[in-house]
Design a protein around this ligand. Structure first.
Ligand code: TXA
Ligand code: MG
Length: 312
């Protein structure tokens, strides 16, 4: 196929380093890439895909050395990386102190999903960008994952630059595996089979229960939930913490303002850190101001609703 895109690795790396998005090929599907250390760049992924919820994103690394700067690898995790990287295995591991990733990419969790993609252009790009890249599939939310540069180009009406690496080999996303002590739990089936993982490690791969957060003791929660309860679309009662949005009169209680200017992008950027902060102050209840249900507001409200849902 002729190349209508013309983006070179150098140009793509320059865009990504400047906080812009650029789609790139991997062996599984094309990814919509952003600098995983830059909150605004990662938020642009959500804005561009029209994704209505904040899920943690897979962070792509050039090699194991880059990955080990972001997360703590047990011997078992390192064995998996040696066996399957570069390749279609994403490994969920505890974040390491000083990792530098934005909390938008981990959705406020203390774990991160990492992989080294098996595609020469992706690896060239990761080395040239010299930083980890968040990259969900490069399609508008609800559409099929793209396996050619042309599909990416059309999917986003030509608005997203694409590095063209030809058709993807696998066509399905990477397998996601949580490593928790001695346990291996498959969180998403993908291009690498359970059998291959079991053969390489000599360990059984458990299946995460469909749809359920992994809630067994010591296991990785798939969604950050504060200890405090949340009351939404409201103002605080005495003793409650307050997560505000928009202009606010001076206030004595525990307050964080997602955006005094009422800017949803700024609010999204602050969401996880402010929830963590209010939670760390030990409030029993956090009252949350109404957030408009437009643009990123949809993802913010989805996250807040799930954080407010009753828990066992
Ligand atoms: O093949 C692939 O993996 C493609 C290509 C572009 O590399 N990327 C991809 O990334 O599918 P993404 O960001 O869409 O994958 C997101 C999923 C989340 O929905 C969640 O299931 C899982 O990765 N995930 C990410 N971080 C996690 C974490 N800390 N704990 C549990 N699951 C996590
Ligand atoms: Mg996808």
């Amino acid at each position: 196929m002729s190349d209508p895109f013309q983006t070179t690795v150098e140009q793509a790396a320059t865009l990504l380093r400047a906080g812009q998005l650029c789609a790139f090929p991997t062996e599984t599907v094309y990814g919509l890439g952003a600098d995983a250390t830059n909150p605004d760049a990662v938020l642009a992924i959500y804005e561009t895909k029209g994704r209505p919820r904040f899920n943690p994103l897979i962070v792509h690394c050039a090699d194991l050395a880059m990955a080990e700067r972001l997360a703590t690898f047990s011997p078992l995790a390192r064995q998996l990386a040696h066996s399957f990287w570069p390749g279609p295995l994403s490994i969920v591991l505890p974040l390491r102190a000083g990792h530098g990733l934005t909390d938008i990419v981990t959705a406020g969790l203390d774990t991160v999903a990492l992989r080294v993609p098996d595609h020469p252009l992706a690896l060239d790009l990761l080395r040239a960008a010299d930083r980890p890249l968040a990259a969900p599939s490069a399609n508008p939310s609800g559409k099929l994952s793209p396996t050619t540069a042309e599909q990416v180009h059309r999917g986003f009406d030509g608005k997203v630059p694409v590095l063209d690496g030809g058709p993807c080999k696998a066509g399905v996303e990477s397998t996601i595996l949580a490593v928790d002590g001695d346990r291996l739990v498959q969180l998403r089936a993908g291009a690498l089979s359970r059998q291959q993982i079991e053969d390489a490690t000599g360990r059984r791969v458990e299946l995460a229960e469909a749809g359920a957060a992994i809630a067994a003791p010591g296991m990785l929660l798939s969604h950050y939930a504060p200890n405090a309860g949340l009351r939404l679309n409201t103002t605080p009662m005495p003793g409650e913490a307050y997560l505000a949005f928009g202009p606010l009169a001076p206030h004595n209680s525990l307050v964080r303002n997602l955006s005094e200017a009422g800017d949803l992008h700024e609010a999204a950027r602050n969401l996880f850190s402010m929830l963590h902060e209010l939670d760390a102050m030990g409030a029993q209840m956090i009252a949350v101001a109404p957030i408009p249900e437009t643009g990123l507001g949809e993802a913010i409200n989805d996250r807040l609703k799930r954080a407010a849902a009753p828990r066992a």
